[in-house]
Design a protein around this ligand. Structure first.
Ligand SMILES: Nc1nc2c(ncn2[C@@H]2O[C@H](COP(=O)(O)OP(=O)(O)OP(=O)(O)O)[C@@H](O)[C@H]2O)c(=O)[nH]1
Ligand SMILES: [Mg+2]
Ligand SMILES: [Zn+2]
Length: 416
């Protein structure tokens, strides 16, 4: 590999976590007791981290790490991340504290420990991102502490970034079970944008959803949703309204099961409004908000929120550019084109002028929209162009880790 190694992902433009969190350090709260590693012996069902997604598999990972963990280490989940520190949700552990707010989970503002600084320097992927599970050592009696390391991710929404000759991946959301591509039904639906975001979602290793917001606005939301379903093979398409609450049940179901739903989409798609509807409050009106000239709140940080009743929602700022990497994801996004291509006469058919091309035949007889083929070509070209610039290290990071996990999430059997 060249000397150009991936750089750590940058935090978003504003100050980190601590200043935006009402429960951050400095405010009076319940005392935190740093517990010795390995203790206490909380029955899994009573662990307040369970609604946050802490499951048997994470517990196992934790047990494996414990030998190397410093005294007092506890597991925590990153809610917000900034350069050098992050807000981490940890269990208050009943009995150890007086009164536990937020269902036994409290926010600790933790600085990177020297061990993490070293790990990040050696491997920039180790930068804690919103949604990451981390090893944290809270300071007894204070809502501060130190983050020691990041637990290996199950899934990651990673945006490829290329700057000044070096490439790096920016983790937009870690350990999401569902990556929901949010797109407003009004003023209009942008199919190409949905396809592009779906590629990002598929390559994360999580389960992709399309969530069409503002379903209260168009005259025929069902017709629109059916149109979108055509471009989203393998992904559930939901038409929802945060205003009326319509269509939210499938997401609520997933959350009740302890799932983490990450919201990605353009600015103004309605992600934060959806977050508020799911969390049942106005969580985004008091933190990490900027009111622009039009009086609209624009999210500027990636934030994980615990949902009362279980699960977590990870809100992200609107994406203006979406760097893609990993051609494999396009096979999922354009699954029907892949199927057709397997029936072309030539194995290396480019679907342009070749005789016996099943893809062109489908366009000819109207079963495959020309727009869909054009969109596929455009994203493919973009990926090929990018592949020349993105180094192999990043490619592995973007495609390798997540793909292993993805198999478990696939809704359809793999094509041979
Ligand atoms: N009618 C209607 N309007 C909605 C709905 N959801 C969101 N909106 C409106 O859409 C606008 C944008 O919503 P936001 O939630 O701020 O969008 P966002 O995706 O978080 O935007 P960024 O933070 O900039 O990425 C706001 O004016 C919302 O009131 C809905 O279900 N129905
Ligand atoms: Mg927002
Ligand atoms: Zn062909």
């Amino acid at each position: 590999m060249s000397s150009a190694s991936p750089r750590p992902s940058r935090p978003s433009s504003t100050s980190p976590a601590s200043s935006s969190s009402p429960s951050a350090a400095g405010t009076p709260g319940p005392a935190l007791l740093a517990l010795p590693a390995g203790a206490p012996d909380i029955p899994p069902s009573a662990d307040p981290l369970v609604p946050l997604g802490w499951d048997e598999s994470w517990r196992q990972t934790w047990a494996d790490l414990l030998a190397d963990a410093p005294t007092g280490a506890v597991p925590g989940r990153v809610a917000r991340s900034g350069r050098g520190r992050c807000d981490v949700l940890v269990a208050t552990h009943d009995g150890a504290v007086s009164v536990a707010p937020d269902d036994g989970v409290v926010t600790v503002t933790a600085a990177w420990a020297p061990a993490l600084e070293r790990a990040v320097a050696a491997d920039p992927v180790q930068v804690p991102a919103a949604g990451d599970w981390v090893v944290v050592v809270p300071v007894a009696g204070a809502r501060t502490g130190a983050v020691e390391r990041v637990l290996p991710r199950r899934t990651a929404v990673v945006r490829a970034q290329v700057a000044r000759g070096s490439s790096y991946g920016q983790v937009l959301a870690a350990n999401a079970d569902v990556v929901a591509v949010a797109e407003g039904m009004a003023p209009d639906v942008d199919l190409a944008r949905i396809e592009r975001l779906l590629a990002l979602a598929w390559s994360s290793g999580a389960e992709p959803y399309v969530v069409l917001t503002k379903a209260d606005l168009p005259a025929e939301p069902d017709v629109l949703a059916a149109e979108v379903a055509e471009v989203a093979p393998g992904a559930p398409v939901l038409a929802v309204s945060a205003l009326t609450g319509a269509g939210l049940e499938p997401l609520r179901d997933r959350l009740r099961g302890g799932a983490t739903v990450a919201l990605v989409g353009a600015s103004g798609a309605g992600k934060s409004t959806l977050l508020n509807a799911l969390v049942g409050g106005d969580v985004m009106s008091t933190r990490a908000l900027r009111v622009d000239g039009k009086g609209r709140h624009t999210t500027v940080t990636r934030e994980l929120h615990l949902v009362p009743g279980g699960g977590a929602v990870l809100d992200t700022p609107g994406l203006r550019t979406i760097g893609l990497a990993g051609e494999e994801a396009l096979d999922d996004v354009f699954a029907e084109i892949e199927d057709l291509a397997s029936r072309c006469r030539f194995a290396d058919c480019a679907h342009r002028t070749e005789p016996g091309c099943a893809v062109l035949a489908a366009v000819e007889d109207g079963t495959l929209p020309q727009r869909r083929l054009d969109s596929h070509r455009k994203l493919l070209r973009e990926l090929e162009h990018q592949a020349a610039r993105v180094d192999s290290r990043l490619r592995a990071e973007l495609t390798g880790r997540a793909r292993v996990q993805q198999r478990a999430y696939r809704r359809y059997p793999l094509r041979p």
